[in-house]
Design a protein around this ligand. Sequence first.
Ligand code: IMP
Length: 194
Amino acid sequence: MTDTAPSPPTSEPLAPYPAPGQVGAILLTEAQIQERVRELGDELARKYRDTTPLFIAVMKGSVIFAADLMRAFKAPVEFDVMVVSSYGDALETTGVVKIVKDLDTPAAGRHVVLVEDIVDTGLTMQYLLDHFSKQGAASVSVCSLLVREGSEAAGLNVEHIGFEIPHDFVIGYGLDAAQIYRNLPYIGVFTGDL
Ligand code: IMP
């Protein structure tokens, strides 16, 4: 957040974004992500082709992934969003999952695909899997762009995974640090301060 007011139009070069020192290694380039998302869309379309599944984007981190994944899913699909929070603005999970915004569409009887940005400790996914089972979904599967290597997520059944990544805190392609950097087209290691 800033108190600076929007500026009048300018043709001057903009300040570099991200600012120097904010992003370390680029773990996944835009091209790598786009190719994998196309593959995941195809995999899901083959699996759910006759069912009109309900894709649930787990906000806010999956906003960009979900938009791309749906367009790569070449079959009928319904879409809804859910806002959950377990991190606040910190780099460590608070350990408590909170539903900030629930679905508009009843999940009972539906084939639900939970679309996640990253499964880290697996806490959010476990909570949502239980939540939708209780609601009587016909099936629930998870499609996560990223899964943390060697995390407890190994014990969870994440059926559709884009990439495994190391323990660094990452930003971009929907993932944030204190709500910033979601709009980077690649995924990189956050090296700034919060
Ligand atoms: P989990 O409940 O620990 O699996 O955490 C899942 C949520 O934590 C994700 O949906 C993200 O919003 C957030 N998260 C976990 N790791 C990162 C990261 O490296 N960068 C940004 N957000 C993260």
